[in-house]
Design a protein around this ligand. Structure first.
Ligand code: AMP
Length: 284
């Protein structure tokens, strides 16, 4: 496994591969890897000739009150998982490499970034869009793989990639879940044993929404009402939002239309841990 910490060296490595006609796949992560991340690496290995995985806990996407300093980290474990998954390079810059002294230029995404996660975490997507831009310029990939687990992030990055004409194809991969349905997340390690059980309520609320839709319900308000009731039935849960949005524009819809695709989304604190999850539904 080749570990690269400098942007210049990363660019040189990728340019050399591209010159040889190789397709470069890229999986950006904040480390503490799980099978969700690894599924993206497998996709990249399948679709590309060489795969770069970045591990960088990006300070600009955390607010002052969030968990930047306690975010879980384990580089050795991550490295072993990435060797096994067939990645070629770990890009592992530090904050001084990504944001050198005097750094002052940010990417400000538009309306896709202002609702839902953007309302709860006002500077989050500015940090995400900025770091992904720097990473694209460092890794120079042909393909970049992102998880649908962060559906709004996917929408913001897809939009940004198009708007700023990055020569990168964004590939979105499905949510990977534990066998009981909990969406995998690096933050699941924060959960106590009781909270881990209660965290299933996110997936339960999404399943209830799916069942209602397949039984013919088309009013978002009524579906969200049932979801909120399910979330509130659990002592440690404090819901942040539930929403149904059109999959491409991320606009909220009161009435779900046949033939259209929607994300049903939930963000909920379980104890102190904020979790998100979603499902994609094509309305019959
Ligand atoms: P993170 O390390 O949390 O920044 O995530 C890095 C990438 O892995 C992002 O594109 C996430 O959407 C993706 N990811 C995280 N959890 C999952 C999951 N359970 N299933 C699929 N992709 C995931």
């Amino acid at each position: 496994m080749h570990i690269i910490t400098s942007i210049k060296e990363m660019q040189q490595w990728s340019l050399a591969r591209r010159k040889d006609g190789k397709l470069v796949g890229f999986v950006p992560t904040m480390g503490f890897l799980h099978d969700g991340h690894i599924s993206l690496v497998h996709e990249s290995v399948k679709k590309s000739d060489v795969t770069v995985v970045s591990i960088f806990v990006n300070p600009t996407q955390f607010s002052a009150t969030e968990d930047l300093s306690t975010y879980p980290r384990d580089f050795e474990r991550d490295k072993n998982l990435l060797v096994a998954a067939g990645a070629d390079v770990i890009f592992f810059p530090d904050a001084g490499m990504m944001y050198p002294d005097g750094f002052e230029t940010y990417i400000i995404p538009g309306k896709t970034s202002t609702i839902l996660e953007g309302e709860s975490r006002p500077t989050h997507f500015r940090g995400v869009a900025t770091v992904v831009s720097i990473l694209f310029n460092a890794v120079l990939p042909d393909f970049a793989f992102f998880g649908q687990k962060d559906a709004q992030q996917c929408a913001v990055i897809t939009r940004m990639t198009k708007d700023l004409a990055f020569p990168v194809q964004v590939v979105i991969c499905p949510v990977v879940r534990e066998s009981d349905g909990l969406a995998m997340s690096s933050r699941n390690v924060y959960l106590s044993e009781t909270e881990r059980k209660e965290a299933l309520v996110l997936n339960k609320s999404l399943t209830a929404a799916k069942n209602m839709i397949f039984e013919g319900e088309r009013r978002s308000h009524d579906i969200l009402h049932v979801m909120n009731g399910i979330l509130k039935s659990v002592p440690s849960a404090s819901p942040d939002y539930t929403a149904i949005v059109q999959s491409d524009s991320f606009e909220k819809s009161e009435i779900l239309e046949s033939g259209k695709e929607y994300f049903v989304l939930v963000a909920c604190r379980i104890g102190k841990t904020r979790l998100i999850d979603n499902i994609l539904i094509l309305i019959p």
